[in-house]
Design a protein around this ligand. Structure first.
Ligand SMILES: [Zn+2]
Length: 460
């Protein structure tokens, strides 16, 4: 056994931030003991982090890696490198955009073969639920997926198909029996079609046209349907990338009723606002869209008070020519915002917004909330909460060393994913990842990646 001690004045445990020493067995990659910072005994290596905060390794449960099949969009090597630079130690890949989609065990095995030997961090993947693949769900669960993703509208490209209400109803009892969550892209086609009918002659270079094409009601109708189905079938439902704050009262009521419903939002719905998006700036296109400043302030308050369970990037890049930056046409551009390496800095910046200011919302409170939103709660959703998501004895020594006081302006060198395009370029963020440790090994040192790709699939 070889032991290393990580000492910091600000270690973020599940219920408190305090000085401590985290002792790690660098052979097994596990946390062996939490000790006082001045009495941890004899060790082989000491990492004194001073005033840098030590967070649990972050977990991003919503990433589009797009490999195999569309590796030119992203890929395991580049996505996991970018994630490591963002303090993320586990990603959960989405079952779509890759080819084949992860809707069968054969699709899952193809993904495993594609990922082998390339990953800087640990990973797992959601299965896909689409019309007609109900008979594959139990087999995929047995083969190791922690839950299923579905779209109630057309997903945007070949591969995973949509799941209509009849097929959703057929899948629900199976999921309830498996006890695995259904992650839902919550927009219904009806309100989108109604909006499209009123927008036949508008200029889609204008952001307002795009925003009008994806109204709040499309999300709200889907959320109402999901709450009704959750009540009927008692299957765990997770709403991905909530963009409308009008959904919050519905979700609060459903949670109070005891329904197994959780919800995520993404950094871009908190950081940006429709009022500031220039016409033609298709790097901001995502679905559902970034809504008004007032809306996004309400989302941020729900993040701060815990109504929103977790933050996921929904990192969804594409080759530059598909992003439509030349034409500025929001109707034709690929919808997806790339931010995998920046999430913790964005969230830390937004949690410092004046609308949240109070005497109880100090730096420790921000760090605690951040660890819940980006480590502990994502670990629960992804079925890995017994080994990841918190700094505790017996857990994987996945650690993120973070400087909350350091600000920086985002440049292409900070991104690390395949195509250095992001709506955050030029933004000043507060809080920076200094180092990332995966199972006791340094995988990111602030600018470089000193380790071989040691990431592996996590199986609960
Ligand atoms: Zn997505």
């Amino acid at each position: 056994m070889s032991t290393a001690a990580y000492i910091s004045r600000r270690i973020v445990f599940p219920t408190e931030v305090r000085p401590a020493a985290v002792l790690v067995d660098t052979v097994t990659g596990l946390i062996t003991r939490i000790a006082e910072p001045d009495s941890y005994g004899v060790v082989d290596a000491v990492h004194d982090l001073g005033n840098h905060a030590l967070l649990p390794g972050l977990i991003d449960p919503h990433v589009h890696i797009n490999e195999p099949g569309r590796t030119e969009w992203e890929g395991f090597a580049t996505a996991t490198r970018a994630a490591a630079a963002g303090g993320i130690t586990t990603v959960v890949d989405m079952p779509l955009n890759c080819l084949p989609p992860t809707t069968t065990v054969a699709g899952l095995e193809a993904k495993r073969a594609a990922a082998a030997g390339k990953c800087m961090i640990d990973w797992r993947t959601w299965g896909g639920a689409e019309n007609g693949n109900q008979s594959h769900l139990a087999a995929l669960a047995n083969a190791g997926v922690p839950g299923f993703k579905c779209f109630l509208v057309y997903p945007g490209c070949d591969g995973l198909g949509l799941l209509d209400e009849a097929n959703l109803r057929a899948a629900m009892p199976i999921l309830a029996k498996l006890g695995l969550p259904l992650l839902v892209h919550a927009e219904l086609p009806g309100p989108l079609e109604a909006a499209a009918a009123t927008l036949t002659h508008v200029d889609f270079r204008k952001y307002g046209s795009y925003l009008a094409s994806r109204p709040d009601e499309a999300e709200l109708a889907a959320i109402r349907l999901l709450i009704d189905l959750g009540r009927e079938f008692r299957a765990p439902i997770h709403i991905v990338h909530l963009a409308t704050a009008h959904g919050l009262p519905l979700i609060k009521t459903a949670k109070a009723e005891g329904l197994p419903i959780t919800v995520e939002t993404c950094p871009h719905y908190l950081y940006f606002a429709a009022e500031n998006i220039p016409d033609g700036a298709t790097q901001y296109k995502c679905a559902p869209p970034i809504r008004s400043r007032k809306n996004n302030k309400l989302l941020l308050q729900a993040v701060a008070d815990g109504t929103i369970d977790l933050i996921a990037s929904d990192h969804s890049p594409c080759p530059p020519e598909m992003k439509g930056l030349d034409s500025g046409d929001f109707a034709k551009a690929w919808g997806g915002i790339a931010s995998l390496s920046l999430g913790v800095s964005i969230l830390h910046t937004t949690l410092g917004a004046p609308c949240l200011a109070s005497e109880t919302w100090d730096e420790s409170a921000r760090l605690l909330r951040l660890a819940h939103l980006m480590a502990q709660n994502p670990a629960k959703l992804a079925g890995i909460a017994k080994r990841k998501g918190r700094i505790a004895e017996g857990f994987d020594a996945d650690l993120t060393i973070f400087s909350p006081e350091e600000s920086f302006v985002v440049t292409p060198d900070d991104l690390h994913f395949r195509h250095p395009i992001s709506s955050y370029l030029g933004e000043r963020l507060m809080g920076r990842v200094k180092q990332t440790v995966l199972r006791g090994k340094l995988i990111f040192d602030g600018s470089k990646f000193p380790s071989a790709p040691i990431g592996r699939e996590v199986r609960s």
